[in-house]
Design a protein around this ligand. Sequence first.
Ligand SMILES: Nc1ncnc2c1ncn2[C@@H]1O[C@H](COP(=O)(O)OP(=O)(O)O)[C@@H](O)[C@H]1O
Ligand SMILES: O=c1ccn([C@@H]2O[C@H](COP(=O)(O)OP(=O)(O)O)[C@@H](O)[C@H]2O)c(=O)[nH]1
Length: 236
Amino acid sequence: MPAYKRILLKLSGEALMGDDAYGINRATIVRMVREVQEVTQLGCEVAVVIGGGNIFRGVAGGAVGMDRATADYMGMLATVMNALALSDTMRQEGMTARVMSALSIDQVVEPYVRPKALQYLEEGKVVIFAGGTGNPFFTTDTAAALRGAEIGAQIVLKATKVDGVYTADPKKDPTATRYATLTFDEAIGRNLAVLDATAFALCRDQNLPIKVFSIFKPGALKRVVMGEDEGTLVHV
Ligand SMILES: Nc1ncnc2c1ncn2[C@@H]1O[C@H](COP(=O)(O)OP(=O)(O)O)[C@@H](O)[C@H]1O
Ligand SMILES: O=c1ccn([C@@H]2O[C@H](COP(=O)(O)OP(=O)(O)O)[C@@H](O)[C@H]2O)c(=O)[nH]1
């Protein structure tokens, strides 16, 4: 039995690159989709928020002199492309997915309508939320917290490049150690940048726990969903 009835899974855009320099690595996206399929087969309702960092990151555009809001809209469009790729890969693997976008691009994706998203989830379809929050100056982590709260998910699962929350960025500080659990106030107070502070604060206020785990570790998603010891739990 899965430990959660409904989850919000945040998939890193950047992880979609696999070992490529940018874009979507075919083997990587297929592997991610199969992991999601495993948890749907356990009877868990799955909503996904996908990032866009493999195609475009607003802060990077902003850093080279581009208007930050414009760069962020480009980043949001990148998440729409990833969402379409993800949904198509799910279709090829025999799953049913629906993409709902925070930005209206009528010819391409259906708009986000909360009751419809809830209906899809109840029908056992995977719902992929594209376009982040629809607002510049936010991230897809914040979109995950927001949509997670809206759909009544029991937990937000952040599948990322590291296997949990560390005392410092493990990519920069090799002496950093991993937490098994920590509170939102500790994460925010210590400026732990594995998620942005807005996402942490929203989850804290809604009493919505977050689990951070590695997207590269085979079977990790299933273990998290089964309530087994994997990654780091951030809680109130
Ligand atoms: N305290 C920390 N613990 C774990 N990871 C951290 C920490 N501080 C910064 N990071 C970095 O945060 C990254 C994950 O966040 P992010 O770049 O938003 O990835 P994603 O593509 O999953 O959204 C990790 O790859 C890691 O290098
Ligand atoms: O609500 C949002 C979500 C995303 N973005 C933009 O989209 C980019 C891609 O999202 P993110 O960096 O969160 O993706 P990931 O880290 O998962 O690759 C961000 O850098 C922002 O520029 C945004 O402006 N508002």
